[in-house]
Design a protein around this ligand. Structure first.
Ligand SMILES: [Zn+2]
Length: 321
């Protein structure tokens, strides 16, 4: 199946039917979220994070770059909560990892995604790095924690029907979280307030997921409506990206979808920004609020960057979007 998917992609590319592939929140949105989260930090953290804002933004997408290359990475980005129950899944699936394993088995959890627990684990690693004054690690983990927290705020990261494949709405994933933020970001505002300390970070991660899941019906209904209302020849357009013509959703259908969503993309991005800053802040407080004002970064911008950048081909390790 995955083998077929790869060659289907090549076929679609050359047949002109290719539509730009989706990465969680889209690279653009992830980078903006990490960047803006810096401005929500308290003064004790702001200087260090502001100095390294380009790093935090650039590396906001590292987890997606290795998503299809590193076994076990893919499931860290989502949770198909409706696999467990459609109506009230948050009562059905225990919020604690060990309890969830006891009830549904580890295999099941690993099959349907673990984003809330992964956020909890990365938060702990970040806090440990703060406590040990591991400057480079703090930066790397901050960038990546921002990514996973952002993903938890995307409605399509909370459902088995993550790309509309179960309802004939293939492509909705990238439409919602890549195309719309790229087109409408400039009209959004981000006065989201200051980072807050999270007394129960796991619960906060779950709140992000349940907030996302709440909007799943709207995300699908609105897309269905605009697809129906738009003539076939007005649905797509071609735009140049990296010197290649890429098939994208047209401005018209994007405008209509965005309007039907009634501010949802902006709202989920705003919530992501505040949450990312709050998770960073919580890690720092839990580490005893070390003085980071004079921390110097020695980081070499590697992290498999080169090899990953050159390899956009999926290796069949994650699900197709
Ligand atoms: Zn992701």
């Amino acid at each position: 199946m995955k083998f077929i998917g790869k060659y289907l992609g090549i076929f679609l590319l050359f047949s002109g039917l290719w539509i730009e592939d989706a990465k969680s929140w889209g690279f653009f949105a992830h980078q903006q979220i990490n960047k803006m989260a810096v401005f929500c930090l308290p003064v004790e953290m702001f200087g260090f994070y502001k100095t390294n804002i380009e790093y935090l933004s650039t590396h906001a997408v590292d987890p997606d770059k290795r998503r299809y290359l590193v076994p076990g990475e893919d499931i860290k980005h989502y949770i198909d909560i409706d696999h467990y129950e459609r109506a009230l899944p948050f009562d059905t699936l225990p919020s604690q990892y060990q309890e969830a394993i006891a009830k549904f088995s580890k295999d099941t959890l690993l099959s349907y995604g673990i984003v809330p627990w992964n956020i909890q684990w990365v938060l702990r690693k970040l806090s440990d790095a703060f406590a040990r004054h591991e400057v480079d690690k703090v930066l790397k983990l901050s960038a990546e924690l921002g990514h996973y927290v952002g993903d938890a705020h995307v409605p399509l990261h909370s459902t088995e029907n993550y790309n509309g494949q179960l309802t004939g709405q293939h492509g909705i994933h990238g439409f919602f979280e890549s195309r719309l933020p790229e087109l409408f970001f400039d009209s959004y505002t981000f006065f989201v307030g200051k980072a807050i300390y999270l007394n129960n970070p796991l619960q906060s991660a779950w709140s992000a997921v349940s907030g996302s899941y709440y909007y799943v019906p709207l995300v699908f209904a609105a897309e269905k409506m605009v697809q129906k209302a738009t003539p076939e020849n007005q649905k797509y357009a071609y735009e140049q990206k990296n010197n290649m013509p890429i098939k994208v959703y047209s401005r018209k259908i994007s405008n209509d979808y965005h309007a039907q969503l009634n501010g949802l993309v902006e709202q989920r991005m705003q919530a992501s920004v505040l949450a990312v800053a709050s998770f960073w802040y919580t890690a720092w407080v839990d580490a005893g609020q070390p003085d980071i004002s004079n921390w110097q970064v020695n980081i070499t911008p590697v992290f498999m960057e080169d090899s990953l950048q050159n390899s956009t081909e999926k290796k069949g390790l994650g699900r197709e979007e």
